[in-house]
Design a protein around this ligand. Structure first.
Ligand code: 0X9
Ligand code: ZN
Length: 407
């Protein structure tokens, strides 16, 4: 993976066919360069006097190491618990996640419902896990947590399933259900996710597995939503950011939007990787939305809680999606914000900052999950007025009290 000292919209990068962009900011872009085209890309960058460097030497060897590790773990660990196959020390495929959800439903009783909102091209179900406490009469805030819309961002479903497990195993999380209701989508793109577990080459797949009838496969499900559809997205079916034939052309987005519409969401969060950033609308314009201060304030809750939980190791950036990641719309966060008027809508780009990118190693899964969970708990604590739940440092609490007076 190479870093180049120009933004993604630079004509030289745009001129490169089907470039796989791993991340970018206002001044530089990370690109995955296939070995066959390396000399060509190198020549082009040098001719254009664009500074570049090798950020990750050999991504494929990381992929191979990861697969080897997963094989060894599978061989070594006989299941210690009879209940479900999940842990947060290794990445799990869809079969394990499905089994975990069945377990969750069994132990959760009337607090857990699992509904299917769509059947994918390859016949898989897009599942939404609803967590509610029917015995609690208090009014509840509704939190929608979406994960795994991009296939290769494995840390995202890992964190979402970790949070589901907290509801089953941790009293303080179960207590949260007295004031909140959760809608968790552990894997919004099941076909794509399962595909990334098949071969080394497939590991870095991003889209779903729709047949585009053009020799190329897949729609970018985070470009397929009906808000400024097409801005910062591609009309080329072979592109990594192909927007689809029309908004909600895909069963995954179609099913999810229907259920989101029927849910009066208070806080929307989409988990992605990588970049270690909390992004808020807009993605389609660099202008800031009207409640940008409120969005920033709640994002700060997350950032501070993660920093405190990680003993100052993990620091997030925050900002408008277009400002930090470049123009891109048809994404879930903008749609929740604009079409559903969910005033608190975020995309969280989980760690790292690009050293390993999508190949974040297994040894970071559990710490990332713990830190993210604390960050989310803090945000939720704030919107429900139960901040004592929050692992945040005390420094911000006098400020939040003051802030809430003006909110
Ligand atoms: O481009 C995306 O879909 C997200 N980044 S990723 O590297 N995980 O693909 C960011 C989406 C941010 N939100 C909007 N652009 N609306
Ligand atoms: Zn993503």
């Amino acid at each position: 993976m190479w870093g180049v000292d120009v933004p993604r919209r630079h004509p030289v990068l745009r001129g490169l066919d089907h470039l796989d962009i791993w991340g970018d900011d206002a001044t530089h872009t990370n690109i995955l360069v296939e070995p066959e085209v390396m000399p060509l890309v190198q020549q082009l960058l040098e001719e254009s006097q664009i500074n570049y460097w090798v950020e990750v030497e050999d991504v494929m060897s990381l992929v191979q190491q990861e697969r080897q590790f997963m094989k060894e773990v599978k061989k070594r660990t006989r299941r210690t618990r009879a209940e479900h196959p999940m842990d947060w020390d290794v990445y799990h495929d869809l079969k394990d996640i499905d089994e975990f959800l069945r377990w969750l439903k069994r132990v959760g009783g009337d607090m857990v419902q699992v509904v299917s909102v769509a059947t994918t091209e390859e016949g898989r179900q897009v599942l939404v896990v609803m967590l509610t406490d029917p015995s609690s009469p208090l009014p509840k805030k509704k939190v929608w947590l979406e994960a795994g819309i991009h296939a290769r961002e494995w840390i995202s479903p890992a964190v979402a399933t970790y949070i589901l497990n907290l509801f089953a195993t941790d009293k303080s999380w179960r207590d949260l259900l007295q004031v909140t209701e959760w809608y968790v989508v552990p894997v919004a793109n099941p076909d794509g996710y399962q595909y990334t577990f098949t071969t080394d080459r497939a590991r870095l797949w991003r889209k779903n597995r729709a047949n585009n009838h053009s020799g190329c496969i897949g729609v970018d499900l985070n470009r397929n939503w009906n808000t400024h559809w097409g801005v910062g997205a591609s009309a080329n079916p072979c592109s990594e950011t192909y927007k689809g034939l029309f908004p909600f052309s895909e069963p995954e987005t179609q099913g999810l939007q229907a259920m989101m519409k029927a849910t009066d969401i208070d806080l929307f969060i989409s988990l992605h990787s990588y970049g270690q950033s909390v992004l808020y609308p807009y993605g389609w314009t660099k202008n800031s939305p009207a409640n940008v201060n409120q969005l920033q304030h709640l994002a700060t809750m997350f950032v501070n809680a993660v920093r405190a939980t990680s003993h100052e190791q993990i620091n997030y950036n925050m900002g408008g999606a277009a400002q930090l990641y470049g123009l891109a719309s048809g994404a879930t966060d903008d749609w929740a914000y604009e079409a559903l008027n969910v005033s608190l809508s975020y995309t969280i780009e989980l760690p790292d900052r690009g050293r390993y990118g999508f190949m974040l190693s297994e040894k970071h899964i559990s710490s990332t999950a713990v830190e993210t969970a604390e960050g989310l708990k803090c945000m939720v604590g704030y919107i429900t007025g139960t901040e004592h739940q929050c692992a945040n440092n005390r420094k911000v609490s006098w400020y939040s009290a003051l802030y809430s007076l003006f909110w």
